[in-house]
Design a protein around this ligand. Structure first.
Ligand code: ARG
Length: 287
């Protein structure tokens, strides 16, 4: 499922000129104080000097391949079109970022969210791009790029339903869902631990698309999910955001701890921001 889109977009952006560094995206004002000038994408980082230690990847001149992995069903970060094509902000962002390094982008591998870290560490994939929140637990197992997005959690409910909670306490006695292995699930587990929810009221899903389907069908009463994805579902499905939980999460791309390509990825990410491509992607997927 390789996309030609990336090169076209870059050619397009070069032809129209960069949009300018109009501040960082609404989604991600944070630590970004980078003032490096955007270098030409092709002259880049010198990352090619290091060779990929990957088995058999020794083609002359090739710096190596980065095989990206994701967990679709998380629109607009990663999802499948009706035709089955894997698309989304993360998919395009990674194409742009890796396109600005000396590495080749491999074919996307998709799996359940909870399998991504294991697959990264066993070498099946080289990069996680899945709206993954940087947190301590994960940081002990993998490395993260600089953050590329900020998000809180939302509690979504049926749009036309009687159940319209306004705070976590209102969830008591109701069935609450989240995707397995996510920070949304962490929130639910916290509510079970503090006695707000009974463990038997937790509904765990392999992905958020299934959770939202069950919400629409009345099989679950609320779903805890990242705000930007909640907004996307609220715009397209019969669900609405009841309230949000301020978690101050930041998404990063995941790499193996011993993978020194993280600096090339961070440099490329900074370029993608500086040359306006990032804003173009935000406009395409979030506005
Ligand atoms: N940001 C949340 C987390 O890191 C949810 C990510 C879910 N991503 C996905 N592609 N399904 O746990």
């Amino acid at each position: 499922m390789k996309r030609e889109f990336s090169m076209d977009r870059r050619a397009y952006l070069k032809s129209v000129g960069a949009v300018g560094v109009a501040g960082l995206v609404s989604g991600c004002q944070g630590s970004e104080t980078t003032t490096e000038p955007a270098e030409d994408a092709e002259t880049d980082t010198g990352a090619g000097a290091t060779t990929d230690a990957g088995a058999g990847m020794t083609t002359e001149g090739a710096a190596g391949t980065i095989v990206p992995g994701t967990a679709p069903g998380f629109p607009p970060f990663e999802y499948r079109t009706d035709e089955g094509e894997l698309v989304g902000f993360d998919v395009d962002l990674v194409a742009e970022v890796v396109g600005r390094t000396d590495y080749q982008l491999g074919e996307w591998v998709d799996m359940d969210f909870g399998a991504l870290i294991g697959s990264l560490n066993n070498g099946e994939i080289d990069l996680i791009a899945a709206g993954m929140t940087i947190n301590d637990k994960r940081d002990q197992q993998i490395d993260f790029s600089d953050p590329y997005w900020e998000a809180n959690q939302a509690v979504i409910v049926r749009e036309d339903g009687d159940f319209q909670p306004s705070a976590v306490g209102d969830l008591s006695g109701h069935r609450v869902g989240a995707q397995s292995g996510t920070t949304g699930e962490d929130q639910v587990e916290g509510l079970i631990e503090d006695g707000t929810l009974s463990g038997s009221d937790y509904r765990q899903y392999d992905n958020y698309t299934l959770a939202v389907q069950d919400l629409e069908n009345g099989n679950v009463d609320a779903v805890v999910i990242d705000v930007p994805v909640a907004e996307n579902f609220a715009a397209n499905r019969a669900v609405t955001i009841a309230f949000t939980i301020e978690t101050g999460e930041r998404f990063g791309l995941g790499l193996r701890e011993d993978d020194d390509r993280v600096s090339a990825i961070n440099d490329a990410l900074a370029e993608v921001r500086d040359d306006g491509t990032y804003d173009e992607l935000v406009a395409e997927y979030f506005e």
